[in-house]
Write a protein that binds this ligand. Structure first.
Ligand SMILES: *Cc1c(COP(=O)(O)O)cnc(C)c1O
Length: 400
């Protein structure tokens, strides 16, 4: 999973290029920067890597979601559909633009269930955000077919699947745009940072202006600040040092995925001995980034027994039903409508009317699946001894 495991001379060299100029800002200072524009270079390289025309760097994966939603014109009165198994950032961004998140079930891909998606589309649905969770593909082609039928744009939350593909095409390039995160635990990292990719030049232009207070980024006679303003914006600018680290990490992404695949294959071999075990459905095993290894038990009872045995050996796995950050029924702040806003927004409108109520029992299929699923994060440098010990623990848990 984490690119921080392999920081090296390459990252240091890129950072020193920036410090040598003293310019940390991605725009302006043309005379001082000696031709060094790291964020711009990172955007161009990331877009090219994904086989996409445009990329917009921002401060985080959460900011990437917000900037993309703003550029798509999403706002109050709109509904945005995403899946009930994701990181909280996906729906935080939906609330942040004033829209209401609507959640679908996940299926055995552990991503959006297209049949449930179609049931949840209403006349207010203005965007669909499938998430490529745990490094692997959502049923993105099916989802886009449904979205096209209703002319709704698809934004792919690809925060956990940089470098992942489906039938040779990069995840994040199927929909109108795709967002990425480079936070400290993602496959490639810049500490904090994010990116939106798109083939739509107009969308890129809107994102570029919005993420920088509305500046248009053209060389113009008035200089920065002398240009006109099309709309109000905000500040989500990436810093040159993050761009520099991103360039070095991107060059290592393919080799990180190769290492993760090797480690994941070992774990899969170990877990295969558990009676009745099955695995997460992968649309395309070649395109999996192998950041996580997921195994599904026959029922939640067996799942608990197996995990108890694994815990006793020091290798307890993640069960998302017990983890409060990634699965709907455990988002007590969402379900309870808790907010810092004194008027209760975004759960309550400024006029005092309730905007949305979330039922904890709303996703029974996902709850059943999550209750019997165990997950290990896969990292780059796991070491033979650790892998062997994990496999031994899995074999022992087979008898639980
Ligand atoms: C990490 C993550 C994000 C948010 O990224 P940050 O860079 O931490 O803001 C969004 N969506 C998913 C699915 C994530 O895993």
């Amino acid at each position: 999973m984490p690119g921080f495991e392999i920081f090296g001379e390459e990252e240091k060299k890129e950072i020193m290029d920036v410090l040598d100029t003293g310019v940390l800002f991605r725009y302006e200072f043309h005379d001082q920067r000696n031709g060094v524009y790291k964020v711009k270079e990172f955007e161009e390289k990331f877009a090219r890597y994904c086989g996409c025309e445009h990329a917009q760097a921002v401060t985080s994966g959460t900011a990437a979601l917000k900037v993309a939603l703003m550029a798509l014109g999403i706002g109050p009165g709109d509904e945005v559909i995403t899946q009930g198994f994701t990181f909280v950032a996906t729906w935080e961004a939906i609330f942040e633009v004033g829209a209401i998140p609507v959640f679908t079930e996940v299926d055995r891909t552990l991503n959006m269930d297209p049949a449930d998606l179609e049931k949840k589309i209403t006349s207010r649905t203005k965007c669909i955000i499938p998430v490529h969770m745990l490094g692997a593909q959502a049923r993105i082609k099916e989802i886009i077919k449904i979205a096209d039928k209703y002319s709704i744009p698809v934004l792919e939350d690809t925060a956990q699947a940089a470098g992942g593909t489906l039938d040779g095409k990069y995840l994040g390039t199927f929909g109108r745009c795709g967002t990425f995160s480079f936070d400290s635990v993602k496959t490639m990292t810049t500490g904090e940072g994010g990116m939106v990719i798109t083939g739509d030049g107009e969308l890129k232009k809107t994102m570029s202006e919005y993420h920088d207070h509305g500046h248009d980024h053209k060389v113009n006679p008035g200089g920065r600040g002398g240009e006109g303003r099309r709309f109000i914006g905000f500040n989500y600018r990436m810093m040159e040092i993050q761009g520099a680290i991103g360039i070095a990490q991107l060059a290592k992404l393919d080799s990180m995925i190769v290492a993760q695949k090797r480690n994941k294959a070992k774990l899969k071999e170990g877990a295969s001995k558990i009676p009745g075990v099955s695995f997460r459905e992968l649309m395309d095993e070649d395109g999996d980034t192998a950041t996580f290894f997921t195994f599904i038990l026959q029922d939640s009872e067996q799942c608990k027994r197996v995990n108890e045995s694994l815990r006793a050996d020091g290798f307890g796995a993640i069960n998302w039903a017990e983890n409060s950050w990634h699965f709907y029924p455990a988002w007590e702040h969402l379900l309870g409508g808790k907010t810092t806003s004194s008027c209760g927004y975004p759960f309550v409108s400024p006029g005092g009317k309730r905007r949305v109520i979330y039922d904890p029992e709303a996703l029974p299929k996902s709850a059943d699946l999550m209750g019997k699923t165990l997950v290990y994060p896969v990292s780059i440098k796991m070491g033979e001894e650790v892998l062997d010990n994990m496999c031994k623990a899995l074999e022992k848990a087979a008898g639980a």
